[in-house]
Design a protein around this ligand. Structure first.
Ligand SMILES: [Zn+2]
Length: 459
């Protein structure tokens, strides 16, 4: 069965066929690093992770590019508003690049804790200004720009296919409210600013249009094409990127190269919703992964929770729902641990579960059905020989199902007692070692001594 993906371009499920057989070029819009990522942002990166893991499991060679927006990002989708990077820097008394470095590290710390595989290439916007200028020059040479009020604009009316992704139709030239009087059409957008709308713009570069800085959308066009070529296979991001950001990326890229389609498949994830509103940093209050950890959750509880919904369905976040995910994950680990401790292999065939698992992922990355296939496997079988299949499934799920077998959960107190008992045994103080074992037994913890060390589990 082939891999099928829902392509926003065309609004239908399509069989995935890359430009070059066996190879996949994939670009996912990355973070703007002016604050911590909220858990709603993390849903997008987890979706990208499942896509990449699924492709690799099927044998595709994947080049995954994700940008870091560390330059004058403009809030919202309009070319007006405040520069969030600059605002945070001023509040903290730091330089813009110091702020960017700090939150870039924090972002990758979150990615690691969620077991998200690092992208192949992670370009920073500030290190690719020359590529952006070169691309803008090509768009200008092709006749799609005009200069007004100190800024270089893209004229959307010159590009007939504008808005195809978002199906903007006749609304395309008037859909937005914008106070910029230099624009010929409301939908036009800035490629290069020399007239900053913000005072004290921190980062400025020389360009053929004057000293200034790039518009937001151009970085994704420039950096994706630099690393993936002028046409590539998959581009992904949140659904909020469809009407403006991705629409503008297509306009820039296809007018610069004259090639269509710039990208074959567009994947968009739905939001994680909290309190009936989009979870957004701009709204002020937001939840981070660290908040969840501080509240006693393992990052993989969030991963499990997110996998429980299809990426194209809105997902309501609540602590009650996260508790449900936490309990399910614990139960799953307990089952696997029990199977792992079985002495002899059984004869149970698990092929049908693996087939269900693979067909779930092939059907537009259905992680809820993939999880159900895993559950079916471990409920119906207690023989150790299914563990190879668990490992195989976990290559996509990324729940560390086999790595964490030695401990049912992180519990510093129990781990300290286990270590104390090991030390007592080593010192041949067997009375003390036995008393600790008994103490743990009374708490419902059983121990197993192995050549590699002692593992513990709850009974
Ligand atoms: Zn982007």
């Amino acid at each position: 069965m082939p891999l099928k993906l829902f392509n926003t371009l065309g609004r239908e499920i399509q069989v995935f066929e890359p430009f070059i057989p066996g190879k996949v070029g994939f670009y996912g819009c990355g973070p703007t690093v002016y604050n911590y990522a909220h858990i709603g942002n993390l849903r997008a990166y987890l979706t990208h992770d499942i896509l990449v893991r699924t492709l690799r499991r099927r044998g595709f060679e994947v080049c995954h590019v994700m940008n870091i927006t560390d330059v004058g990002h403009l809030s919202g989708d309009n070319d007006t508003g405040e520069d969030k990077m600059l605002k945070t820097a001023e509040e903290r008394g730091k330089s813009v690049l110091e702020v960017a470095d700090f939150y870039t590290s924090a972002f990758f710390n979150d990615m690691d804790r969620l077991n998200i595989v690092r992208p192949t290439v992670i370009p920073k916007a500030t290190e690719h200004i020359a590529d952006m200028i070169a691309l803008i020059k090509r768009i200008e040479d092709a006749g799609f720009t005009y200069f007004a009020g100190g800024n270089l604009y893209f004229d959307i009316t010159r590009f007939p296919a504008y808005g195809e992704l978002a199906r903007l139709g006749d609304q395309r030239a008037g859909a937005r409210t914008d106070l910029d009087e230099s624009k010929r059409n409301a939908g036009d957008f800035v490629l290069w600013f020399t007239k900053s709308k913000f005072e004290n713009q921190a980062l400025l570069w020389d360009s053929p249009w004057g000293r200034g800085y790039p518009g937001w959308h151009i970085e994704c066009s420039a950096m994706s094409m630099k690393y993936l070529g002028e046409q590539f296979d998959i581009h992904a991001g949140g659904i909020d990127h469809i009407p403006v950001h991705h629409t503008n990326e297509i306009a820039q890229s296809e007018t610069a190269t004259g090639k269509h389609p710039w990208v074959k498949y567009w994947l968009h994830n739905e939001f994680l919703v909290l309190d009936k509103g989009k979870m957004s940093k701009s709204a002020g209050k937001f939840l981070t992964l660290q908040h969840l950890i501080d509240s006693g959750y393992d990052p993989l509880d969030l991963r499990y929770f997110l996998l429980g919904a299809h990426y194209r369905s809105p997902l309501q976040f609540s602590f009650q729902a996260l508790d449900g995910a936490k309990n399910s994950r614990k139960s799953l680990m307990d089952h696997i641990r029990r199977i792992h401790s079985e002495e002899k292999p059984g004869s149970h065939s698990a092929d049908s579960y693996l087939e269900n698992f693979e067909s779930a992922l092939d059907d537009d990355l259905s992680t809820p059905r993939a999880l159900a296939a895993l559950w079916g496997l471990i409920r119906d079988s207690s023989s150790r020989n299914i563990l190879d299949i668990v490992v195989s499934m976990d290559r996509v799920l990324g729940l560390n199902l086999m790595q964490n077998l030695g401990k049912s959960e992180s519990d510093p107190e129990i781990e300290a007692l286990v270590a104390e008992r090991s030390a007592a045994k080593k010192a041949k103080d067997f009375a003390k070692a036995d008393s600790i074992r008994q103490d743990l037994q009374n708490r419902g913890i059983s121990l197993e001594d192995r050549p590699s060390g002692t593992i513990w589990r709850r009974n």
